[in-house]
Design a protein around this ligand. Structure first.
Ligand code: ADP
Ligand code: MG
Ligand code: MG
Length: 919
């Protein structure tokens, strides 16, 4: 096989932009050298040589590579005045790996290469420091033995400890030159024993072995695992380069030091030098944590000139790279060297702050400021989260159902949660699963934890809507409501115990874990403003209540893309009226209940309209099957059973009471309280029986595909008419009060244009009445959800009536795959993902090839009928950056997502526009 021709680049000649060829570390060493920073002389062996080596049958280095290396070593000798392998002023080098992507810990660096008994003598003579010399030697033998020859660390550790003990030394620094000499000898023996060959003495042979070891490490277990874990593909990083760098010593005395620096604070982003250093130490000591390093500010006192050099380096690095840098330095006898630089890894807080500040400093432009932050990272800022510096161990793990973390006292039913919450206690509602009637407990809780249910379980959906943290389906937990205890493995949580849940990871902890509050800084606002300026997609929020709307506005929502009216029905004071409406046997009785609901809904809408004015608010008419508002059949049967028992008891009490009155007539009677009228019980039994009958009548085999959405609306027109009246009346009242409101009425589950036409006729009728009644004109838009495959296929005809479309991609994904989400996620999806049958969970990551194709077709057909038609997406996908970029590409007008994800979506929408312009 023919190699690439040129395998080795001196730091003076390598192309600092070509990380694929030279690796990140190598490219930056070249670049730093070329801009005049003080980097020890060295050279890079290319990643192509590595690939050649790995591809060759016998693992041969490309022909001519070692010749190039030799001539570059001669050049190093020229530059440094030292000699490789000489006993007088020997040249020592480090051999460092580095691929295009930083892969920490992939391979250890070999330091002090070139040492043997002869060169060691030279080193000791040069430095006049025998202890230093032997220390360097034993470090080299161990590192080379381990990294290049595969000798296990423990083999060395045993010998090291033995000598240390013999010498009575507690710490490594207490070892004398003689001890280190003995250690070196023992290490040499270890290598010979384990490898069957003496330790290689010839420096050029050492170098060749080391280069091969670095190349080989690319396919080693650690590297392969790392690439798999972080999805590093060959087009991101292919093979590793080898950097050969002249050794400089930070451990030659007290005018020597070594350290690491960050050009800005990596945790806060503050524009101030951050770092740590150690005097008289070698680089690895800082990282290894053997000695505790000092904060970089102390260097100002200790070595003021060096500190100035450091500040200078910091400015040069930033102005050159226009990015926060993370660098390594070593000071050898008062001379300052930079050994490495790379882009600093920062948390979201620091990224946002540095983006805005670097733009203001003129270092980067707005586009760069936006593009250097991955949208998903912003989520960190928008929820309270666990303090990463505290390391608590979770007792259970469930699904990360609604992001954010919460600490509170465990409470096992909604009533108590509400009561204690009102009393000012921070509580977490812990249930096997939750139901609509638990809703009041949600309001009072910091977070919700359930033992059963998936990401679309009641608990998950409601918590997400409210922006409260939720861990769902934590199967390790068993809740016993009557005992007021929950059991997790060997631990028991009693009611009132503090627990912590992390809805971002799904982890559950016993006790209170330290938290960091959410933080919507002014810098974040600035950054997102820039994002809105470049984005084409508008970002709306899903919000069901005025409180949700208020919060969405703070996150920068440009309107409400989905307001689910049924969520309003769930409030404690409303559910009974809703139930009354459902169980009504006659249209009249139903109308009576609806008449009570109308003003309530109208007030809700008014609240939302006013908050959002003049932004659009899209209201979806009732969607779920109505039995969802009723108790379950099982629960009713059980309650009826208990009521019937109670009836006997109550009768017994009455008999007792009569008896007492008879026995004590004329005297003072013992009081018997808690008398209940048996008729009351009778009445309750009747009510429950009626309810049970209704529940049984409403029973559906497949409720999600059954009597719901527009189908329900057409069966009971009075329900939709009430909702439409509430919307339009609210709009009229707002108009009268001077608010500019933009209501949009949206019909769910549509599959044919006929359905839309009929609902539109109700809307028109109500509209006329409302305009007459209020004497104002009321504008509104009328549109269709697109969540049924047939609707997509008939988009052209739906668009004749619909002024806008909104893709409900959760249902549409279910319909396209014919998967029910809960079953899929709980049963076979993980297996599908694991075996690569499906790449992602299509309910989290929009399935571009299938569902996306359908969307694309529907948009095209819709806009043929109605040019420029407004089309959006509501549902979880609307907040997912990759899906947003697709939505941009197919020309959607807006995405709508839960409030806290709005900032993520705003940045993602900007990225989509910027990246499109770039390509
Ligand atoms: P990593 O990729 O793990 O950071 P490095 O190649 O940067 O590995 O090296 C590990 C340590 O060795 C660092 O502290 C670095 O500063 C130090 N080091 C590497 N090369 C030299 C050298 N030529 N002279 C002095 N110290 C060095
Ligand atoms: Mg390093
Ligand atoms: Mg739907």
């Amino acid at each position: 096989m023919k190699g690439p021709g040129k395998y080795v680049f001196a730091f003076e000649e390598g192309d600092g932009k070509n990380k694929m060829l030279l690796g990140g570390k190598g490219a930056n060493l070249c670049e730093m050298t070329q801009i005049g920073l003080n980097v020890p002389p060295g050279f890079v062996i290319t990643t192509e040589s590595c690939l050649y080596y790995l591809d060759s049958k016998e693992h041969d280095l490309p022909v001519g590579l070692m010749d190039e290396v030799r001539s570059h070593m001669s050049a190093l000798e020229q530059k440094t005045g030292k000699h490789f392998g000489a006993s007088d002023n020997p040249l020592l080098v480090s051999v460092r790996s580095g691929s295009a992507m930083s892969m920490p810990g992939m391979m250890d660096t070999i330091l002090n290469l070139g040492l043997n008994i002869e060169t060691l003598k030279g080193l000791i003579a040069r430095t006049g420091n025998e202890r230093f010399g032997w220390d360097a030697y034993r470090r080299f033998i161990q590192l080379f033995g381990k990294v290049a020859l595969g000798v296990p660390d423990e083999e060395f550790d045993v010998e090291f400890e033995a000598v240390k003990q013999k010498a009575g030394a507690k710490q490594d620094v207490a070892l004398s030159a003689r001890d280190l000499h003995e250690i070196s000898d023992r290490f040499l023996d270890v290598v010979e024993r384990v490898t069957g060959k003496p330790f290689p003495d010839d420096p050029m042979e050492q170098l060749e072995i080391a280069v091969k070891a670095v190349f080989g490490s690319w396919t080693g277990r650690r590297a392969v695992d790392y690439r798999r874990e972080f999805n590093i593909t060959p087009d991101m990083a292919n093979g590793t380069a080898v950097n050969v760098v002249t050794m400089v010593f930070g451990n030659l005395g007290d005018d020597c030091a070594t350290g690491v620096g960050f050009t800005r604070y990596p945790d806060t982003g503050e524009n101030r030098l951050f770092g740590e250093y150690l005097v008289n130490a070698q680089g690895e000591d800082v990282v290894a944590g053997i000695r505790t390093p000092k904060p970089i500010d102390a260097l100002q006192e200790e070595m003021p000139e060096m500190y100035q050099e450091l500040l200078e380096l910091r400015n040069r690095l930033e102005s050159h790279y226009r990015e926060v840098q993370d660098f390594e330095f070593t000071i050898e006898n008062g001379r300052f060297y930079c050994l490495q630089t790379r882009n600093g890894k920062m948390n979201a807080v620091a990224l946002v702050r540095t983006s805005v500040e670097m733009e203001r400093e003129g270092l980067i432009n707005k586009q760069e400021a936006l593009l250097r932050i991955q949208p998903a990272l912003l989520e960190q800022l928008l929820f309270p989260r666990l303090d990463p510096s505290t390391r608590a161990t979770p007792v259970a793990r469930g699904l990360p159902a609604s992001p954010g973390a919460a600490v509170g006292h465990a409470v096992f039913d909604a009533d108590r949660a509400e009561k204690q919450g009102r009393d000012g206690l921070r509580v977490i509602l812990v249930r096997e699963e939750t139901k609509p009637e638990d809703i009041h407990g949600f309001f009072a809780s910091q977070g919700i934890l359930t033992a059963r249910g998936g990401k679309t379980s009641h608990a998950a959906v409601v918590a997400r809507g409210m922006g409260k943290p939720c861990v769902a389906g934590a199967e390790g937990i068993h809740v016993d409501v009557t005992m007021r205890k929950a059991f997790v493995g060997d631990s028991t949580i009693s009611e009132g115990d503090l627990i912590t849940i992390d809805g971002t990871s799904g982890d559950v902890y016993i006790g209170a874990v330290q938290m960091i509050e959410a933080d919507f800084s002014s810098e974040l606002n600035t950054l997102l403003q820039w994002a809105d300026d470049v984005a084409r997609l508008k970002v709306m929020a899903n919000a069901d209540t005025p409180q949700d709307a208020d919060r969405a506005l703070k996150y920068g929502a440009m309107g409400i893309g989905l307001c689910r009216t049924e969520r309003m029905f769930n409030a404690v004071d409303r559910l009974p009226v809703v139930v009354e409406m459902i169980v009504a046997e006659t249209t009249d009785a139903r109308q009576q209940a609806l008449d009570k609901l109308l003003p309530i809904q109208r007030e809700d809408f008014k609240g939302i309209f006013k908050i959002m004015a003049p932004r659009p608010v899209t209201i979806r008419l009732l969607d779920p099957p109505i039995h969802e508002f009723l108790p379950s059949e099982n629960q009713l049967v059980e309650e009826l059973d208990q009521l019937r028992h109670l009836k006997d008891t109550v009768m017994g009490m009455n008999i007792l009471s009569d008896a007492v009155r008879f026995m004590y007539s004329g005297q003072q009677q013992p009081s018997i309280d808690c008398l209940i009228d048996p008729r009351l019980v009778e009445e309750a039994v009747e009510k429950k029986e009626a309810m049970l009958k209704k529940v049984r009548a409403l029973y559906e085999v497949n409720p999600m595909l059954g009597h719901r959405g527009v189908r329900l609306g057409l069966s009971f027109p009075e329900i939709y008419s009430m909702q439409i009246s509430a919307v339009l009346e609210a709009a009229a009242e707002c108009r009268k009060e001077g608010f500019d409101v933009q209501p949009e009425i949206m019909v769910p589950q549509v599959c044919t244009a006929q359905e839309l036409n009929r609902v539109k006729s109700y809307v028109d009728a109500v509209h006329q009445v409302v305009e007459q009644k209020y004497g104002v004109s009321v504008n509104f838009k009328f549109g269709s959800m697109m969540e049924v495959v047939r609707a997509c296929m008939r988009a052209g005809s739906l668009a004749e009536e619909a002024e806008f479309f909104s893709f409900g991609t959760n249902d549409l994904t279910q319909a396209t795959f014919s998967f029910s989400r809960e079953d899929a996620e709980n049963k076979f999806l993980p297996m599908y993902n694991e075996r690569g049958i499906l790449q992602d969970n299509p309910f989290e990551v929009l399935d571009i090839k299938g569902v996306g194709k359908l969307m694309e077709l529907a948009i095209g057909w819709g806009r043929e009928t109605r040019p420029g038609m407004k089309v959006g997406i509501c549902g979880e996908h609307g907040g997912h950056p990759a899906s947003i970029s697709f939505c941009h590409a197919i020309g959607l007008s807006y995405v709508s997502c839960s409030g806290p994800r709005v900032p993520v979506a705003r940045l993602a929408a900007a990225h989509a526009a910027l990246l499109e312009a770039q390509s």
